[in-house]
Design a protein. Structure first.
Length: 159
Protein backbone atom coordinates (compact mmCIF):
# COMPACT_ATOMS: atom_id res chain seq x y z
CA UNK A 1 0.00 0.00 0.00
CA UNK A 2 1.34 3.42 -0.98
CA UNK A 3 2.50 5.65 1.86
CA UNK A 4 -0.25 7.94 3.14
CA UNK A 5 -0.73 11.02 5.29
CA UNK A 6 -0.09 10.07 8.92
CA UNK A 7 2.35 7.26 8.05
CA UNK A 8 5.90 7.28 9.38
CA UNK A 9 8.69 7.41 6.80
CA UNK A 10 10.32 3.96 6.70
CA UNK A 11 13.87 3.61 7.95
CA UNK A 12 16.12 2.88 4.96
CA UNK A 13 19.64 3.70 3.86
CA UNK A 14 20.29 6.16 1.06
CA UNK A 15 23.39 7.95 -0.23
CA UNK A 16 24.60 11.42 -1.07
CA UNK A 17 27.72 12.50 -2.92
CA UNK A 18 30.32 13.88 -0.55
CA UNK A 19 33.72 15.45 -1.17
CA UNK A 20 35.41 12.04 -0.88
CA UNK A 21 32.72 10.05 -2.74
CA UNK A 22 29.38 8.46 -1.83
CA UNK A 23 28.29 8.82 1.78
CA UNK A 24 25.56 6.79 3.42
CA UNK A 25 22.68 8.55 5.15
CA UNK A 26 19.56 7.08 6.71
CA UNK A 27 16.04 8.38 6.39
CA UNK A 28 16.09 8.65 10.19
CA UNK A 29 18.93 11.20 9.90
CA UNK A 30 17.12 13.13 7.17
CA UNK A 31 13.66 13.34 8.74
CA UNK A 32 14.04 13.08 12.53
CA UNK A 33 13.14 16.36 14.21
CA UNK A 34 12.93 18.23 10.90
CA UNK A 35 10.32 19.56 8.50
CA UNK A 36 11.29 18.16 5.09
CA UNK A 37 9.93 18.52 1.58
CA UNK A 38 10.98 15.49 -0.43
CA UNK A 39 10.21 14.91 -4.06
CA UNK A 40 10.94 11.85 -6.13
CA UNK A 41 11.21 11.38 -9.83
CA UNK A 42 11.89 8.62 -12.35
CA UNK A 43 15.46 9.56 -13.19
CA UNK A 44 18.26 12.09 -13.20
CA UNK A 45 18.98 13.80 -16.50
CA UNK A 46 15.57 12.82 -17.92
CA UNK A 47 13.64 15.48 -19.88
CA UNK A 48 10.81 16.55 -17.54
CA UNK A 49 12.89 15.99 -14.41
CA UNK A 50 15.73 18.19 -15.72
CA UNK A 51 13.71 20.84 -17.50
CA UNK A 52 10.90 21.40 -15.00
CA UNK A 53 10.69 19.30 -11.84
CA UNK A 54 14.09 19.81 -10.16
CA UNK A 55 14.55 23.38 -11.46
CA UNK A 56 11.23 24.40 -9.90
CA UNK A 57 12.40 23.35 -6.44
CA UNK A 58 15.73 25.14 -6.92
CA UNK A 59 13.94 28.30 -8.08
CA UNK A 60 11.43 28.25 -5.19
CA UNK A 61 13.79 27.00 -2.45
CA UNK A 62 13.83 30.31 -0.56
CA UNK A 63 10.03 30.55 -0.57
CA UNK A 64 9.68 26.92 0.57
CA UNK A 65 12.25 27.37 3.33
CA UNK A 66 10.50 30.58 4.43
CA UNK A 67 7.47 28.41 5.25
CA UNK A 68 9.48 26.65 7.96
CA UNK A 69 10.98 23.83 5.89
CA UNK A 70 14.42 22.71 7.09
CA UNK A 71 15.39 20.56 4.10
CA UNK A 72 14.33 20.14 0.49
CA UNK A 73 15.39 16.74 -0.85
CA UNK A 74 15.28 15.19 -4.30
CA UNK A 75 15.35 11.38 -4.49
CA UNK A 76 15.73 9.10 -7.47
CA UNK A 77 16.66 5.49 -8.20
CA UNK A 78 20.13 6.46 -9.37
CA UNK A 79 23.51 6.09 -7.70
CA UNK A 80 25.20 8.85 -5.69
CA UNK A 81 27.64 9.64 -8.53
CA UNK A 82 24.76 10.34 -10.93
CA UNK A 83 22.76 12.32 -8.37
CA UNK A 84 25.85 14.36 -7.48
CA UNK A 85 26.62 15.10 -11.13
CA UNK A 86 23.00 16.01 -11.83
CA UNK A 87 22.94 18.35 -8.82
CA UNK A 88 26.04 20.12 -10.15
CA UNK A 89 24.57 20.28 -13.66
CA UNK A 90 21.38 21.82 -12.25
CA UNK A 91 23.23 24.23 -9.92
CA UNK A 92 21.31 23.04 -6.85
CA UNK A 93 24.04 24.19 -4.45
CA UNK A 94 22.79 23.89 -0.87
CA UNK A 95 19.17 24.43 -1.93
CA UNK A 96 18.31 20.76 -2.56
CA UNK A 97 19.78 17.62 -0.97
CA UNK A 98 20.36 15.10 -3.77
CA UNK A 99 19.53 11.60 -2.49
CA UNK A 100 20.44 8.38 -4.26
CA UNK A 101 18.06 5.45 -3.80
CA UNK A 102 20.29 3.21 -5.90
CA UNK A 103 18.61 -0.08 -4.99
CA UNK A 104 15.08 1.38 -4.87
CA UNK A 105 14.82 0.64 -1.14
CA UNK A 106 12.92 3.86 -0.41
CA UNK A 107 10.71 3.49 -3.49
CA UNK A 108 9.82 -0.05 -2.46
CA UNK A 109 9.33 0.73 1.25
CA UNK A 110 6.90 3.54 0.39
CA UNK A 111 5.28 1.58 -2.46
CA UNK A 112 6.16 4.34 -4.91
CA UNK A 113 7.82 2.01 -7.42
CA UNK A 114 7.51 2.66 -11.14
CA UNK A 115 8.36 -0.45 -13.15
CA UNK A 116 9.90 0.62 -16.46
CA UNK A 117 11.62 -2.69 -17.23
CA UNK A 118 9.57 -3.10 -20.40
CA UNK A 119 11.17 0.13 -21.66
CA UNK A 120 14.68 -0.97 -20.67
CA UNK A 121 14.86 1.42 -17.69
CA UNK A 122 14.39 -1.00 -14.77
CA UNK A 123 12.71 -0.21 -11.49
CA UNK A 124 12.33 3.51 -10.84
CA UNK A 125 10.44 5.81 -8.52
CA UNK A 126 7.08 7.29 -9.28
CA UNK A 127 6.98 11.07 -9.50
CA UNK A 128 5.87 12.28 -6.06
CA UNK A 129 6.23 15.01 -3.46
CA UNK A 130 5.73 14.85 0.28
CA UNK A 131 5.79 17.15 3.25
CA UNK A 132 7.21 15.27 6.23
CA UNK A 133 7.33 16.64 9.77
CA UNK A 134 9.53 14.77 12.27
CA UNK A 135 9.28 11.61 10.17
CA UNK A 136 5.48 11.70 9.75
CA UNK A 137 3.91 12.33 6.33
CA UNK A 138 1.74 15.47 6.38
CA UNK A 139 0.93 15.58 2.65
CA UNK A 140 1.67 13.34 -0.31
CA UNK A 141 1.12 13.95 -4.01
CA UNK A 142 1.69 11.40 -6.78
CA UNK A 143 1.68 12.22 -10.49
CA UNK A 144 1.12 9.91 -13.40
CA UNK A 145 2.76 11.12 -16.58
CA UNK A 146 3.13 14.80 -15.72
CA UNK A 147 4.67 16.74 -12.87
CA UNK A 148 2.13 19.46 -11.99
CA UNK A 149 0.69 17.71 -8.89
CA UNK A 150 4.21 17.22 -7.51
CA UNK A 151 5.72 20.55 -8.55
CA UNK A 152 7.35 23.14 -6.29
CA UNK A 153 4.40 25.42 -6.95
CA UNK A 154 1.97 22.76 -5.70
CA UNK A 155 4.12 22.16 -2.62
CA UNK A 156 4.12 25.89 -1.87
CA UNK A 157 0.33 25.85 -1.90
CA UNK A 158 0.33 22.73 0.33
CA UNK A 159 2.49 24.55 2.85
Amino acid sequence: MTINVGDKIPSVGLATMGAEGPEGISTDDIFSGKKVVIFGLPGAFTPTCSAKHLPGFVEHADAINAKGVDTIACISVNDAFVMGAWGKDQNVGDNVMMLADGSADFAEATDLVLDLTARGMGIRSQRFSMLVDDGVVKSVNVDEGTFEKTSAEQMLSDL
